[in-house]
Design a protein around this ligand. Sequence first.
Ligand SMILES: Nc1ncnc2c1ncn2[C@@H]1O[C@H](COP(=O)(O)OP(=O)(O)OP(=O)(O)O)[C@@H](O)[C@H]1O
Ligand SMILES: [Mg+2]
Length: 244
Amino acid sequence: MLLDVQDLHVAYGKAEVVHGLSMQVRAGEFVVVLGRNGAGKSTVMHAVSGLVPKRAGRVLFGGQDLSHATPRQTVQAGIVQVLEGHRVFQTLSVEDNLLIGTYARTPRGDRSKLEPIYAMFPELADRRQQMASRLSGGQQQILAVAQGVIGEPRLLILDEPSGGLAPIVIDRILDVASRLCRDGLAILLVEQLVEKALRHAHYGYLFETGRVAAEAFADELGQGDLLHRVFLGGHAQPTEETAP
Ligand SMILES: Nc1ncnc2c1ncn2[C@@H]1O[C@H](COP(=O)(O)OP(=O)(O)OP(=O)(O)O)[C@@H](O)[C@H]1O
Ligand SMILES: [Mg+2]
């Protein structure tokens, strides 16, 4: 077991929004977290990364207890999170954005890490000296992912990387995540594009109002009417056809 979240409770002020949630990610596994807006997906990811305090519960990572860890300590332990709606540094070049990603491990930046990243992301290699603001939205999201990968995490958390992007770009990002996973990196993907996400993942969790409503192997989670009920029962309809 790589990540083991046990009985997590998280509150903003007095309002508890995560109520005793447990989830696991094994080494080398691709896990997707599904759930409607406000289900608590980002909050749980932030709690894992140490970005929000936990009211109760434990976060174990590779046998290390990160329940009270700071964001810096979680990065050093090997957890890197690409935040929802993350924007890269607009006025820095592609290369400088990547070097910032290496600070997680080496305070002065490590140029030796650049070439393997350019090999993996040719669309960045062609634009290494360009200012990030000149990239398309999709290229910026790829850069955000690459900025996470260059920090050599053991677990990469991607919080809705598809947000606002064209389907072809989303496919590229999910393909990249799958390839990283095949190379041994564990992936924890938060996503509302249910069909696409389940196609890439091994295992999935469905969050509802701060709890795990269902968990199963990805191919099983897509069957039956549970997802349909959760996603289509109300107003949100984040299917591939209707999502932006
Ligand atoms: N900084 C905050 N302060 C107070 N309440 C918050 C804060 N962030 C989130 N919440 C509340 O916590 C609950 C869970 O929000 P969260 O952002 O974790 O959901 P989510 O599943 O990531 O949603 P989305 O799909 O829209 O990103 C929601 O009710 C939200 O309004
Ligand atoms: Mg969110």
